[in-house]
Design a protein around this ligand. Structure first.
Ligand SMILES: [Zn+2]
Length: 338
């Protein structure tokens, strides 16, 4: 069991790793508490939080819409939740995104916390305070940055996670490992089999180390003016591929990171050996590393990506494993590189 505190100039977020998820009840009162969860999680764990009011959404990215957000506001009003309320999101990335967005806009912002139920949420989505919903075909372009009061990451909850979603979480963990020295990357590489078999102590260390790296990056640059951009490694293409094909986020991240590694190799930043190691590690968890696409076709999605600043695209490359660099390309240059 371990705690990590994420401190920003305006908030403190307490991240609890390796605790039973029901421990969240010790942190809160009983009145004015509402839980947002999806129907899958509610059917598996709902009996363990049945004393609270529950708003259930459908699982999946489609729920991240302003229409669903509107329905949730209505529910909160019906439950007489005011500025003293507390909203807890119990679920994966989608539930965390929605909960964070609702809580930071309702009554100009009320308290919220997360129980992260997927590996992707435990190592990434629930940490760092970014939340958002999709608009038209664009991912996460409406949202805020605000830290949850608390996050619970209970590795035991991953036992019920479908393999595909588990793999997707590994894509984000590997991505994170590539942004800070090579210790976590080596740990994942050396413990591949134990991670796949969900060995508890290995999983706990994987989550702890991933969260620790992300927290230190977010603390240095909460609102993504500079250093936090490195966490977008692989995401420019991932978001474009996702909005074009509906592919799972983690799978698209795997492809996006491999693309960034390839380009880093071509430009002389990354050694051939390192490029191969990165690719093999994603493959080792059953993640895709290739995707044939037409640059022109993905272009609109890339240019509407949130990282776009006029026609200049921030693109994260690797100067080695654990050594990210933020590069700026005009899209014409990027096209040429492809
Ligand atoms: Zn991501």
């Amino acid at each position: 069991m371990a705690y990590i505190t994420l401190k920003t100039p305006t908030s403190e977020s307490h991240i609890n790793i390796g605790f039973e998820f029901t421990e969240f009840k010790t942190q809160i009162g009983k009145s004015q508490v509402v839980i947002i969860t999806d129907s899958n999680i509610n059917s598996i764990y709902g009996s363990q939080f049945s004393e609270f009011k529950v708003i259930e959404i459908k699982p999946g990215e489609k729920s991240k819409s302003l229409e669903i957000i509107g329905d949730i506001y209505k529910h909160l009003l019906d439950c007489h939740i005011d500025r003293n309320g507390l909203i807890i999101g119990i679920g994966g990335g989608v539930v965390c995104d929605i909960t964070g967005f609702v809580a930071t806009t309702y009554f100009r912002g009320i308290r919220f916390g997360f129980v992260a139920t997927t590996l992707l949420a435990q190592v990434d989505a629930a940490i760092g305070g970014k939340n958002g919903v999709n608009f038209q075909s664009f991912k996460n372009i409406i949202g805020t940055i605000n830290q949850p009061d608390f996050v619970y990451c209970d590795p035991k909850m991953l036992d019920s996670l479908p393999d595909e979603q588990y793999r997707c979480g590994m894509a984000e963990a590997i991505k994170t490992s590539l942004t800070r020295n090579n210790k976590l990357f080596d740990f994942i590489d050396e413990n591949k089999e134990l991670i796949i078999s969900k060995e508890y102590s290995v999983l706990q260390k994987l989550i702890y180390d991933s969260v620790k790296i992300k927290v230190s990056i977010v603390e240095a640059d909460e609102i993504e003016k500079g250093a936090r951009k490195i966490l977008n490694l692989g995401h420019t293409f991932a978001h474009a591929i996702e909005s074009k094909t509906g592919m799972q986020h983690g799978e698209a991240v795997s492809i996006g990171v491999c693309k960034a590694a390839d380009i880093s190799l071509k430009l002389g930043f990354l050694a051939d050996e390192e490029n191969k190691r990165i690719r093999e590690l994603f493959k080792g968890f059953g993640l895709p590393t290739e995707f044939k696409f037409d640059f022109e076709e993905l272009l609109p999605a890339i240019l509407h990506d949130k990282k776009k600043d006029e026609q200049i695209i921030n693109y994260i490359l690797l100067n080695g494993i654990g050594k990210p660099v933020i590069m700026k390309f005009h899209y014409n240059e990027l096209k040429k590189i492809f």
